[in-house]
Write a protein that binds this ligand. Structure first.
Ligand code: COA
Length: 373
């Protein structure tokens, strides 16, 4: 058995930013256009007017101030209301692959590992640009990595589930160096015309290099253990899939082909699930909560993260003990906890302990206990 280690992380941040203010102006212009178009039905009481969105509500409900996206022009055009992303030809890299490569190169540089030393690529994300060939195999080729590659999807928990898969293979000796990459184009599966959720997501890609601790150089973290758990729920759901053409009532305008959630139920049900999971993981390892220096949590909602931080640490986290990045990035699905880890782990001293945890649709929750070497 070998000891797995995280030796580098990288973040690709798209250049374009949408502030809450820009988002709300676009949404409200869209709502006005639709309400004008449907004025007669609204006046007759057969249709509800679309209510305006509000920047104060968005910040209070979520803690989000802005989000990075691949394309803001389409999202902010009230006649379009979705990103304009060019479908790639078969002989050019996919968009996910392009984003992934940027994050992978940064992670490899931090780890001091050459791409051709990698013998496992896992592309773990909440939505794939195509069914097959696996995006991970394309990334493997473009990187010049060896070994094998595969895609996996556990929604917002994809990164931690991917880390568990890679760490277990390193532990067993079937691979030596792995990269887990999370290209999340959340803007493409968000319904920007729904005010209940139009503020939630942003785009990003993260990458994590794992290898045997015997090979590790520079600043690295031992992966002490990982825990994954799932429990079925329909409260976060996206029905897009290969049967999508079977309904005669419109191909492109079915609300259920994008992200849908029952936000209040998610809030109520996921909080106890995640807190119990993290505390259970710690107790199985015989580690007291007071020994943790930091939590790098999935970035869905500030109130949720504050609550989980308090439950897991047994007190209100001090500044820096549970860093949030969602004010700048919004919810970036599986990538959120890795952005937080990547940006807020350099100050760890040898022996410091921390836990990465992501959670979301499924329901699913994954935790990774790390110790700075
Ligand atoms: N602007 C203004 N008002 C809005 C609004 C917007 N953009 N969106 C919703 N509202 C309104 C609602 O219509 C509702 O009005 P009502 O009380 O008259 O019915 C009111 O604000 C409260 O809406 P609600 O959806 O109940 O808000 P909330 O306080 O529960 O917050 C979430 C909504 C989604 C932010 C919150 O439920 C949440 O964070 N859930 C978990 C999200 C999550 O982690 N999802 C996982 C994805 S991976």
């Amino acid at each position: 058995m070998y000891q797995p280690a995280i030796t580098g992380t990288g973040v690709f941040t798209p250049q374009q930013v949408i502030t809450n203010e820009e988002l709300v102006v676009a949404f409200n212009a869209y709502a006005d256009l639709e309400n004008d178009r449907n004025a007669d039905a609204i006046a007759a009481g057969t249709m509800d007017a679309i209510p305006h969105s509000d920047t104060d509500f968005i910040f209070k409900a979520s803690g989000i101030r802005q989000r990075h996206v691949i394309d803001k022009t389409g999202v902010l055009d009230p006649h379009v209301m979705h990103p304009l992303l060019r479908q790639r030809a078969d002989d050019e890299p996919s968009l996910m692959c392009e984003m992934a490569l940027d994050a992978c190169h940064k992670a490899l540089a931090r780890a001091g590992v050459d791409a051709d030393e990698i013998d496992l690529v896992i592309c773990a994300a909440s939505n794939m640009e195509r069914a097959y060939p696996a995006v991970a195999v394309e990334i493997q080729q473009e990187l010049g990595a060896g070994g094998f590659a595969f895609d996996m999807n556990v929604a917002c928990s994809s990164a931690t589930f991917g880390i568990q898969a890679a760490a277990d293979m390193i532990r067993a000796g079937s691979v030596r160096k792995a990269i887990v990459v999370n290209p999340e184009i959340c803007s493409a599966h968000l319904e920007w015309r729904d005010r209940d959720c139009h503020f939630i997501f942003g785009d990003v890609a993260t990458a994590t290099v794992l290898e045997r601790s015997d090979d590790a150089t520079g600043a690295w973290f031992e992966v002490l253990s990982t825990r994954c758990a799932t429990q079925f729920s329909n409260n976060i759901r996206n029905n897009n899939g290969f049967l999508r053409r079977s309904r005669p009532d419109g191909l492109n305008d079915r609300r259920d082909m994008q992200f849908m959630q029952n936000g209040r139920k998610v809030f109520k049900e996921v909080l106890p699930l995640v807190s119990a999971h993290m505390l259970g993981h710690l107790s199985q390892e015989g580690i007291n909560q007071s020994a943790l220096r930091r939590l790098w949590l999935h970035q869905a909602n500030k109130t949720m993260n504050d609550f989980i931080g308090k439950k897991v640490l047994g007190r209100t986290p001090e500044p820096g003990e549970q860093p949030n990045i969602l004010q700048d990035y919004a919810n970036t699905s599986s990538a959120g906890s890795i952005i937080a880890f990547s940006k807020y782990s350099d100050d760890f001293a040898p022996g410091d302990l921390g836990m990465i945890c992501s959670f979301g649709a499924g329901y699913s929750v994954g935790s990774v206990l790390v110790r700075r070497h």
